[in-house]
Design a binder for this molecule. Structure first.
Ligand code: AMO
Length: 431
């Protein structure tokens, strides 16, 4: 079969012969004429049958069956214009059960949980295809930026002997009779690779967190883009790379993915660099002016973070910004302290939501060991990691960015689950 996609039909010459294959999205058999809307990965196209035999063969066609069509391109008589295909040959390649478990027309609102139960059917729409094409493009542009800047892509273990991001969200498993965990982040390994001399590394891979909460922005399994570089001066070097890369990705999307962005009704504004840097303390002050009191040293909760996003957007006219100089008390053990109370940690925020967190790391063996203890952790559990710092480790830093959250916020999706093909949360282990 010399298969064309639906969107090729709009560019094809009127009168040319085409072959298509896809799903029967809409079927209308009206006596002397019949219409079938064929959906494929690239959109939808109308097939028209005016020959009796063909019309009869369409009478038993069920929605969502896989069909093959051969015909001639012609101009549509509809007001909306465009091309359609006059059917000459038609075949059902795989018949769909007539009782579809969810509404496929998009006319009846169906609860997300039910749609996710039938995710394969739920994904069959131009909007869903656009989300995952854009997600694929974002990953590609991130890699393009990093490869151009001489970073090395790594793949680190996902079965690990200790957690890096605190005990509360660890998934444990039996590893040949020993206790092991699913990796919460690539943190320890990316730092060890800098001690190994790789200088600039990154990974886009799975991370696992036993999140107890049910939110629009947390998953039990997510995709983390991790980044780490050596020989830096301070955390500002890292923020500069985030800015550059984020702008690079958005510009590429605007240049190469117009169709998908339009399908989702998104007008993507590229933020100006440099992104504003708001210290943790001044963020608290901004919120306090609005009557939101957060005790110094406490984390900024989700709702307050959203509010802060609005305030910063009003003040600086941008959705992209950093919160810097967090108290060490609310950041992990590996972050470098800045004085007694503060740290060289930052969060990258977009749309009032944390997309990434990062900072400069402590690379002095004694200080790092003492920070592990300070956080109430056992130095023994981090022996291999910690030993690295005895044998020459340059100053370094990096960040971890949630790809799913990035997709959610760039595409204005309400729920992170919409940005993931088969999401995992406390209630969901299938499909
Ligand atoms: P952190 O724990 O802040 O930092 O995670 C980094 C980013 O990963 C995403 N993320 C999540 N996305 C979906 N569901 C979750 N449960 C979830 N948890 C985190 C967020 C978050 O900003 N090692 C550090 C990073 C570093 O310092 O390099 C870390 O993992 O977008």
């Amino acid at each position: 079969m010399n298969r064309s996609y639906s969107k090729d039909i709009q560019k094809a010459k009127v009168g040319s012969a085409v072959e298509l294959a896809g799903w029967a999205a809409v079927i209308k058999v009206l006596g002397k004429i019949a219409f079938v809307k064929l959906r494929d990965r690239e959109g939808e196209v109308q097939l028209v049958a005016s020959n009796k035999k063909l019309i009869n063969s369409l009478k038993d066609l069920t929605h969502e069956s896989v069909i093959y069509a051969k015909g001639k391109v012609r101009q549509s008589k509809l007001k909306s214009g465009g091309n359609e295909v006059e059917l000459q040959k038609f075949e059902v390649l795989s018949k769909a059960d007539a009782n579809l478990p969810i509404d496929m027309s998009g006319k009846i609102p169906t609860d997300l949980s039910k749609r996710l139960n039938w995710r394969v059917l739920d994904l069959r729409s131009s909007k869903k295809y656009a989300i995952f094409k854009l997600r694929s493009a974002m990953n590609y542009y991130i890699r393009e930026y990093l490869q151009q800047n001489n970073f090395i892509e790594m793949q680190t273990p996902k079965i690990v002997g200790s957690g890096a991001e605190g005990g509360a969200t660890l998934f444990s498993l039996d590893y040949y009779g020993k206790k092991a965990y699913l990796s919460q982040s690539q943190q320890l390994y990316k730092q060890m690779l800098l001690a190994a001399g790789l200088d600039k590394v990154y990974e886009i891979g799975p991370a696992f967190r036993a999140e107890k909460s049910h939110t629009m922005r947390h998953l039990a399994e997510f995709t983390q883009f991790d980044f780490e570089m050596a020989f830096l001066k301070d955390e500002n070097n890292i923020m500069k790379i985030i800015e550059d890369m984020f702008v690079f990705v958005l510009k590429k999307l605007n240049a190469h993915n117009k169709y998908e962005l339009e399908t989702l009704g998104i007008n993507l504004n590229v933020p100006k660099v440099p992104f504003p840097k708001v210290t943790y303390e001044s963020a608290l002050k901004l919120l306090a002016k609005e009557g939101i009191k957060i005790k110094k040293g406490d984390d900024i909760g989700t709702e307050d973070e959203k509010k802060l996003g609005d305030l910063i957007e009003k003040k600086y006219k941008t959705k992209a910004y950093f919160i810097t100089k967090f108290p060490f008390g609310i950041k992990p053990f590996y972050i470098m302290k800045d004085g007694k109370t503060y740290s060289k940690a930052f969060d990258f925020e977009y749309n009032g939501e944390e997309l990434a967190s990062g900072g400069q790391r402590e690379h002095n063996y004694e200080k790092l060991a003492s920070q592990i203890k300070e956080k109430g952790l056992n130095v023994k559990d981090f022996e291999d990691y910690l030993n690295t710092f005895k044998f020459g480790t340059p100053a370094h830093g990096g960040f971890g960015l949630g790809i799913d959250r990035m997709v959610k916020n760039i595409l204005n999706l309400d729920n992170i689950r919409e940005a993931v093909l088969f999401p995992r949360d406390p209630e969901r282990l299938s499909p």
